[in-house]
Ligand binder design. Structure first.
Ligand code: SAM
Length: 224
């Protein structure tokens, strides 16, 4: 998995992530182990270890690494967990999740991004990831329930279909708000099946979740 190009930049990124309050050593080490540049278009490799969202084509972005680290901290995926990711994008977060959990099921609506992510994951011999091209706002019922569900696109509300696919003890993290600004909500289902909701990470901005339980493709300003 290791690719030791950009090692000084990676060290600086890890320090930046630590400065954002992520202190778990296993999590920090992941950002050294998984080479982010291999998931990005070559044109932005020189920026791959900046703590910034970066363009990946098709109007989409790879998320900011420190936000991803904070998301992993909130979700705490474990070695036996089944994870559902909505919005594969570059596949970098998919790779991080694959190192922390048993299996990752990841859905992306843009075929070209999914294919590119598959190539990067294969190149690193990551074998515990299933990818699907489709509308992730409805989840992936065939493999439900999931211990962890993570959504990398902003939703107007918490999609009921995703909550339905959350296992007892499960954690769902997603940005909810307007198209312009969101808070990351953490929805947990306790062992009795009761749901709890809290703001885990305030004030963030994601690309919109398009689809049945997200925003309409045709109405840039409106809610579905
Ligand atoms: N974690 C990814 C990364 O670091 O590369 C972030 C990807 S980007 C912020 C969000 C992705 O969600 C985009 O690739 C977009 O196409 C995808 N997306 C939006 N709505 C979706 C939907 N309903 N189903 C699946 N993917 C969706």
């Amino acid at each position: 998995m290791s690719d030791y190009r950009f090692s000084a930049q990676r060290g600086a990124l890890i320090e930046e992530i630590r400065g954002r309050g992520v202190t778990d050593l296993e999590l920090l080490r992941l950002f050294d182990l998984v080479p982010r540049h291999l998931f990005l278009p070559e044109g932005v490799w020189n920026r791959a270890y900046e703590d910034a969202p970066l363009p990946i084509g098709y109007g989409q972005t790879a998320s900011q690494p420190s936000l991803q680290a904070r998301s992993l901290q909130a979700l705490s995926p474990g070695s036996g967990d089944r994870v559902l990711e909505i919005g594969t994008g570059s596949g970098f977060f998919t790779a991080l999740l694959s190192r922390l959990s048993d299996r990752v099921f990841s859905v992306e609506r843009i075929r070209e991004l999914s294919l590119r992510a598959r190539k990067a994951l294969d190149g690193l011999e990551i074998r515990n990831v299933a990818l699907l091209v489709g509308d992730g706002s409805i989840g992936w019922r065939k493999y439900a329930p999931f211990d962890v569900i993570t959504v990398a696109a902003a939703s107007p509300s918490v999609p009921a279909a995703l909550v339905d696919q959350l296992a007892p003890g499960g954690r769902l993290l997603l940005p909810v708000g307007t198209r312009e600004a969101q808070d990351m909500l953490l929805v947990t289902r306790d062992s009795e099946g009761e749901l709890h909701e809290e703001v885990a990470i305030p004030d963030c901005t994601f690309v919109p979740l398009l689809g049945r339980y997200g925003w309409s493709d045709e109405e840039p300003g409106g809610r579905r």
